[in-house]
Design a protein around this ligand. Sequence first.
Ligand code: ZN
Length: 286
Amino acid sequence: MPIVSRVTLPALVMLACAGPVSAQGNSSWSQPFMPHRVAGNLYYVGTRGLASYLITTPEGHILINSSLESSVPMIRASVEKLGFKFSDVKILLVSHAHWDHNAGSALVKELTGAKYMVMEQDVAVTEDGGKSDFQYGSEPSSRYKPAKVDRVLHDGDEVKLGGAVLKAHLTPGHTKGCTTWTMTAREGAKAYDVVIVGSPNVNEGYRLVNNDKYPGIAADFAKTFQVLKSLHCDIFLGAHGDYYGMDAKVAKMKPDGPNVFVDPDGYRAWVADREQAYLRALKNAK
Ligand SMILES: [Zn+2]
C-alpha cells in the first residue's frame, strides 16, 4: 500500500482519524501547502494535512472542506494565489462532519455567503457543532461552531454550478453522512473521472458491533466499500492528502508532464487495503 511506505503507522492513524487521540491535530494539518491544479477546473487549496478542493466556474466556485477554523485564512490565501476570489465561493461542501473537515464552515459562510450543502445523515451533527456525533459528541475538543445547512443532500444528488456537476455518494460508517464526491474534470480533449473519497476509515474506538448510538455502523461500512469499488476512478483524491499520496505526486508534477493524479491502480489498492482493515476490525469486534 503506497501510503504506508511514506509514513509510520502511528502517523498514518493520526492522519486518518479524527478523534480525541488527534484532537490537537497533526502538525501537518496547520502547515501551508502549495495550491495546485489537479485537472481542468479542479484545484487543491488545502493545508498539507487537510485537503480542500476548489472547483472554479464562470458563475462562481465550489469549495470542498472548510477544515479547521484556523485553516480558513490559509485556504483563502491559496484560492487567491491561484488567481481566484475567495468571495466568489458560492457553494460549500464537505467530505464528512468531523471537525478537521468542517469546523471552519461557519466562518466560510460568513466570509463568502456560500450555500452550505450537506448529506442528510450529517446535517444534525453539523448544525449542533458536533454534539450529536455518535463517537465524539462528549469530547469538547471535537466540537466546532455550528453552521446552518442550506441544502440537505441525499445519496446520488447532484450539485451544479456554472457547468460544473458534482455527484454526492453516501459512503457512511466513518460518519453517518460521510460523502464521496465524483466529478468529471476536462483538460483539452481528455475527460477524467475524479473520485474524492470521504473516508472509509474505522477510527480507533469505533464500536462495529452493539453500537447503541450507531446500530447500523458495520453494514454501513460494508455498503461504503461496495460503493467505492463500483466507482470508476481516473483521478484519486480524498479528505486527507495522505489517502492518495499527495506529497509524492505533487513532487512529480512537471509543466508538460503527464497528470500525476491519474492513479486508478492506486485507488483500487487503497480501497482494498482499507476494506481489509475494516474486516480485521470487524473480526476483532466480534
Ligand atoms: Zn473523520
